[in-house]
Design a protein around this ligand. Structure first.
Ligand SMILES: *[C@@H]1O[C@H](CO)[C@@H](O)[C@H](O)[C@H]1NC(C)=O
Ligand SMILES: *[C@@H]1O[C@H](CO)[C@@H](O)[C@H](O)[C@H]1NC(C)=O
Ligand SMILES: *[C@@H]1O[C@H](CO)[C@@H](O)[C@H](O)[C@H]1NC(C)=O
Ligand SMILES: *[C@@H]1O[C@H](CO)[C@@H](O)[C@H](O)[C@H]1NC(C)=O
Ligand SMILES: *[C@@H]1O[C@H](CO)[C@@H](O)[C@H](O)[C@H]1NC(C)=O
Ligand SMILES: *[C@@H]1O[C@H](CO)[C@@H](O)[C@H](O)[C@H]1NC(C)=O
Ligand SMILES: *[C@@H]1O[C@H](CO)[C@@H](O)[C@H](O)[C@H]1NC(C)=O
Length: 501
């Protein structure tokens, strides 16, 4: 598990990436006046509605959450004995689709990060990625429920587009007012029935009741605060930032403020806290990337320490959502299906291209595109997917047959894309995917077929905006070599989720 995980972690580097650039905050992004938020908890009730609140859902006493990556997680267990899972916000460029399949089948959440990594994304960037992830990675359409905007740059239109495309949540907003501040914006995830309550100073026409998107969830990203307080916020890849206004990375100081922010949450209302990372920065196997051992050890030390606190769980956003919708107290956490271990029962000797390494060995298609070669179980497209055509015709090698994409009535580990049949023969693996209104002209898209179908669009392609688009000064030593080859633009998110007895 670990080496594979590292492989995908390695796959997250994307040209010259510096994480602070993709979603930094430098101070509060909201205020009470700007938010003008009001929500009547007697009318807005779970599971479909939840007011923005610093208190945990369902009248429970406070609990806790935090987010991370597999070199940090593979050896860990939650209190129920299951390995922690993460959410991966995935883009098209440099993505090795077979690894996305593998990670999904291993129980992680695959979420959308646009096709070509653009801020304030046009609808086709968002929806095209759903189509490509379904066609080339075999991710069921109903399993791609979350979105994070590149550069955390989203607009009201982004949220509306997500709602229209059947997403369940966005996680692009920042909470950058500490939980210890009476005006904190560290809300538990909430629905947008009454509009946004975060980022009111940053995002035009949001807040004061807008945008009203009933049942659609916002998962704020919770900042860490160093000893400068509000002037020392850290969000993405905090370990790549200089702490306390120092002039270089100091892992000791980073660990100190991560612990202190964690404790502020833990001793208060236990809002979730996240570890939001571009995993490649921490890859020990990717050529040209040399993370310091001290940083890797620091993150593991932090997680060891967090797990020593009582009732701390490490979960991903899909798991947090399931719990938010139906909150359970600590005594009942073993009843939360989303927290349970998930191992599909497929015989290891079966030759089937299904996202399980032992089964799919030797069966992958190699799609040898010059920009980003990748592997997939589901047959190579004739041309690289683009925003205009996220699901091109399939290219069929001589002597072979077209492969069959994941249909709506079979789940990924049981679908044989070569034989075009479902191995599932019992009720325990029954599966029905949902269609989504992301086809041309608003038509619904369902899985299946062999490629070349839905999703082609007439709207103009938007240019790729590299991570370093904001033009900030780079701390020395933070540039990584430009990476060639197949890598995936992936953001990992994982959460620690704890409980007070
Ligand atoms: C990302 O992929 C798109 C579509 O193939 C391409 O136009 C763009 O140049 C790529 N960006 C990078 C950085 O390779
Ligand atoms: C967000 O992205 C859009 C489109 O790329 C760009 O015009 C805008 O300047 C970006 N906003 C910020 C705050 O970076
Ligand atoms: C690193 O941070 C620690 C804790 O804040 C501090 O004691 C130490 O002096 C710092 N080291 C350097 C080299 O600045
Ligand atoms: C970092 O850790 C790795 C693996 O434990 C080890 O091989 C390497 O020598 C270490 N590097 C340094 C500079 O300590
Ligand atoms: C899935 O649907 C196809 C027809 O659309 C049908 O032939 C097949 O038996 C179904 N498979 C399962 C596992 O229900
Ligand atoms: C299209 O999909 C939506 C869910 O995204 C569903 O509610 C609707 O019934 C579907 N329409 C058709 C015609 O299947
Ligand atoms: C893509 O993933 C497969 C494993 O599924 C691996 O064999 C291959 O080397 C990866 N390709 C690249 C270019 O990383």
């Amino acid at each position: 598990m670990l080496p594979r995980a590292l492989l995908l972690a390695a796959s997250a580097l994307f040209v010259t990436v510096l994480a602070q650039d993709d979603g930094s905050v430098s101070g509060p992004t909201s205020s009470a006046a700007a938010a003008g938020y009001s929500c009547d908890p007697t009318k807005c009730k779970l599971p479909t509605c939840n007011c923005a609140s610093t208190s945990p859902p369902g009248g429970l006493s406070p609990s806790y959450t935090l987010d991370a990556v597999n070199q940090f997680l593979a050896h860990r267990q939650n209190p129920n004995g299951c390995q922690p899972k993460t959410t991966y916000y995935t883009s098209l460029n440099f993505t090795n689709y077979t690894l996305v399949t593998d990670w999904f089948v291993a129980g992680n959440e695959i979420a959308d990060h646009t096709m070509t990594h653009v801020g304030d994304p046009p609808v086709d960037e968002i929806n095209g990625n759903l189509i490509a992830l379904n066609a080339l990675a075999g991710i069921p359409l109903k399993s791609i429920i979350g979105f994070r905007a590149p550069f955390l740059n989203y607009s009201v239109n982004t949220l509306k587009a997500l709602y229209a495309a059947g997403f369940t949540y966005d996680s692009s907003s920042a909470s950058a007012i500490a939980v210890t501040d009476p005006g904190t914006d560290a809300y538990w995830p909430y629905t947008l029935d009454n509009g946004m309550a975060n980022d009111c100073l940053d995002v035009a026409d949001s807040c004061k009741g807008q945008p009203a998107l009933p049942g659609f969830w916002e998962f704020p990203m919770y900042a860490y605060f160093d000893n400068r307080g509000a002037a020392g916020t850290h969000l993405m890849d905090p370990w790549l930032d200089n702490a306390n206004g120092e002039s270089k990375i100091n892992d000791t100081a980073t660990l100190e403020y991560m612990k202190s922010t964690f404790m502020d949450h833990y001793n208060g209302n236990r809002q979730p806290i996240g570890l939001y990372t571009h995993p490649v920065h921490l890859s020990t196997t990717y050529p040209g990337v040399n993370p310091s051992n001290s940083t890797i050890n620091m993150i593991n030390t932090f997680l060891d320490w967090a797990q020593e606190q009582s009732n701390v769980w490490i979960i991903n956003n899909a798991q947090l959502l399931a719990w938010m919708q139906n909150p359970k107290s600590i005594a009942d956490l073993d009843q939360v299906d989303a927290f349970k271990c998930s191992t599909p029962q497929v015989d290891a000797s079966t030759k089937i291209c299904n996202g399980i390494p032992a089964n799919e060995d030797g069966l992958l298609s190699h799609c040898d595109f010059p920009d980003f070669p990748f592997f997939t179980c589901y047959g190579c497209p004739e041309t690289e997917p683009t925003v205009d055509n996220p699901n091109p015709q399939q290219q069929v090698p001589d002597g072979q047959q077209q492969r069959f994409r994941l249909p709506a009535n079979c789940s990924t580990p049981f679908w044989d894309p070569i034989a075009g049949k479902c191995l599932c023969t019992s009720a325990t693996c029954d599966f029905v995917d949902n269609s989504r209104p992301i086809g041309p002209n608003g038509a619904n898209l369902t899985g299946g077929g062999t490629g070349g179908a839905a999703g082609a669009s007439a709207s103009p392609t938007n240019p790729y905006v590299p991570f370093n688009g904001r033009g900030f000064a780079l701390p020395s030593g933070m540039w990584y070599a430009t990476v060639l080859g197949a890598v995936g633009a992936v953001l990992g998110t994982w959460g620690v989720f704890g409980w007070r007895l």
